[in-house]
Design a protein. Structure first.
Lengths: 113, 119
């Protein structure tokens, strides 16, 4: 089955700095990679996703890049703000199957004002 | 419209007891997923329903865990003879028919979870 590794487990930055979270996956058949943000005590919410037919996708201050050859993908947050503080989860799955995502262990992002 | 709801929000029980956790998906969502999230971990897949049937239950850890979705809407996760290791947040998510888009994927919307504590 799929295995997703996520690093770092904790990331502390100053407001305005950039933050990068990296994930690797093992199953070359995976072709869809969503990222979720989970604030303390709240439900995970999808913030951005990327499919395997593109290498990069951007939405305002967040972007995701995908390297299929190396089987890794990254979340980039620019101009971080205190409200970006949360746990971020990457996931990988294969469309055409049960659409069951395998999640990484999460990265706790702390943005200091 | 309303999002995915789960009840109860918190459940404390004693080892050996039976518990039921309920999930109300978004109206019209035919796919429903159950996950378990332990502290410091990502959600771990348990079971997936497409309509009334369990399309994939490969994530259920053992036969103490069972889930139903008799009318294709509300789902109940049932845990028998609870153990302390079952303590976790149980998340439910729903989406439109995952097969609706050719090669596509429908976003899963998560509920707030039920925090289960087994003493």
């Amino acid at each position: 089955g799929e295995n997703v590794e996520q690093h770092p487990s904790t990331l502390s930055v100053q407001e305005g700095d950039s933050a990068v979270i990296k994930c690797t996956y093992s199953d070359s058949a995976s072709n869809y990679f969503p990222w979720y943000k989970q604030e303390l005590g709240k439900r995970p919410q999808l913030i951005i996703d990327i499919r395997s037919n593109v290498g990069e996708k951007k939405d305002q201050r967040i972007a995701v890049t995908l390297n299929k050859t190396a089987k890794h993908f990254s979340l980039h947050i620019t101009e971080t703000q205190p409200e970006d503080s949360a746990v971020y989860f990457c996931a990988a799955l294969t469309s055409g199957g049960s659409y069951i995502p395998t999640f990484g262990r999460g990265t706790s992002l702390i943005v200091h004002p | 419209g309303a999002g995915v709801s789960q009840t109860p929000s918190n459940k404390v029980t004693e080892k050996g007891k039976y518990v039921e956790l309920r999930c109300d998906p978004i109206s019209g969502h035919t796919a429903l997923y159950w996950y378990r999230q332990s502290l410091g971990q990502g959600p771990e897949f348990l079971i997936y329903f497409q309509g009334t049937g369990a399309a994939d239950d490969s994530g259920l850890p053992n036969d103490r865990f069972f889930a139903v979705r008799p009318e294709g809407s509300v789902s109940t996760l049932k845990i028998q003879r609870t153990e302390r290791g079952d303590s976790a947040v149980y998340l439910c998510a729903s989406s439109f028919n995952t097969l609706a888009l050719a090669g596509g994927y429908n976003e899963q919307f998560f509920g707030p979870g039920t925090r289960l504590t087994v003493l």
